[in-house]
Design a protein around this ligand. Structure first.
Ligand code: NAP
Ligand code: ZN
Ligand code: ZN
Length: 348
């Protein structure tokens, strides 16, 4: 029998989110039913709710930073038991057969992976996310939350965490590398912790110095404001990797000028509008301009284990369901330290 769960949905680009109920599918042989305890509020939820990435199909239940406990498992499930602490991120299924799925890079699935919300499941039904009391997910896409991680601080790792961990690993952040993290928001504050734990020398570039103490405490050795005119000239050619986590358009050429020879600037922020890049900015020091999209299930588990081992978690402000719209506003105005997390017991 499908179960009915309480949820909050976006019904248009401009209306406040509204309480609703949604149906979750019956637990199939390989499925896990999860009682959701927390769901992080990612800026991608806001871009989607507001239709900033093209047409959104409403109503949509957002949320892809889910943690909770296993409530029921299908008869063929081998890796989870009732009561286990688990998480679900941006992916809930994929073809599982293509080259990329087989090697654990489901984010590159040639058939297109199934996103936690705003997607169509392999059963043909629209997917609905974590601003809800429960979800049913095939076991291969369920993550284990290590004992050392609290469920609220772990929730944002399921998207923000993997989105920064994957490029930091891919582009070799570690001892001897100089990493600049642009924007100290949800993604940025995890990036600083992860890059520092990997052994890199980390600098934060923020719009202001308001969050400087936090940035340094999280592991940065320098914290500078891009609003100060000489910041770019002072830091010219002094990084190997620039990780751009900003949700709005920035001056890409100015940030490329910060890279040393063979350096890479990675876009993980996805602003509403395209940004231009001048070829001259790249060719002068043989630079690369790259992008990175979340990460596969295997790497997400690796990231969670890494975070537990290094005592890394998101700094969260837990909110009731009635405050989601207010939280959206505060995220957009960079007034969040550093992730809002929905307490799903307040959906009742
Ligand atoms: P967030 O918490 O709002 O953080 C973004 C940060 O960017 C802000 O805290 C702010 O930091 C800075 N910022 C905001 N507006 C700015 C502006 N106009 N100019 C310069 N800096 C500005 O958002 P998030 O949840 O971390 O997400 C960041 C972006 O990544 C979003 O676009 C989101 O959709 C995207 N995302 C991408 C992936 C992926 O797979 N690639 C996954 C998740 C999210 P300061 O106050 O320090 O300046
Ligand atoms: Zn996200
Ligand atoms: Zn595939």
């Amino acid at each position: 029998m499908p179960t009915t769960v309480r949820a909050y949905a976006a019904t248009s680009a401009t209306d406040p989110l509204t309480p609703t109920t949604i149906e979750r599918r019956d637990v199939g042989p390989h499925d896990v039913r999860i009682d959701i305890r927390y769901c992080g509020i990612c800026h991608s939820d806001i871009h989607t709710a507001r239709g900033e990435w093209g047409a959104t199909e409403y109503p949509v239940v957002l949320g892809h930073e889910i943690t909770g406990t296993v409530a029921e498992v299908g008869p063929e499930v081998t890796r989870f038991r009732v009561g286990d602490r688990v998480g679900v991120g941006c992916l809930v299924d994929s073809c599982r057969e293509c080259t990329y799925c087989r090697r654990g890079d489901e984010q590159f699935c040639t058939q297109g992976y199934v996103e936690t919300y705003s997607s169509t499941g392999r059963d043909g039904l629209p997917t609905q996310g974590g601003y809800s009391e429960g979800i049913v997910v095939t076991e291969d896409f369920v993550l284990r939350i290590p004992d050392g991680l609290a469920l609220d601080a772990a929730a944002p790792l399921l998207c923000a965490g993997i989105t920064v961990y994957s490029p930091l690993r891919h582009w070799g952040a570690g001892p001897g590398t100089r990493v600049a993290v642009v924007g100290l928001g949800g993604l940025g504050h995890v990036a600083v912790q992860v890059a520092a734990a990997m052994g890199a020398e980390v600098t934060v570039l923020s719009q202001s110095l308001k969050k400087r103490e936090d940035g340094l405490r999280l592991g940065a050795t320098r914290y500078l404001s891009t609003g100060v005119p000489d910041t770019f000239s002072r830091l010219a050619a002094s990084f190997d990797l620039v990780l751009n986590t900003v949700s709005a358009s920035i001056d890409v050429d100015a940030h490329l000028s910060l890279l040393d020879v063979d350096g890479t600037m990675v876009a993980v922020g996805i602003p509403e509008h395209p940004q231009s890049v001048d070829a001259f900015s790249l060719l002068v020091r043989r630079l690369s301009y790259a992008g990175s999209n979340i990460g596969g299930i295997r790497e997400t588990q690796e990231m969670l284990d890494f975070c537990a081992e290094h005592g890394i978690g998101a700094l969260v402000e837990t909110i009731d369901a009635g405050r989601i719209d207010e939280a959206f506003e505060r995220v957009v105005s960079s007034d969040v330290r550093y992730r809002f997390v929905l307490d799903t017991t307040t959906l009742a």
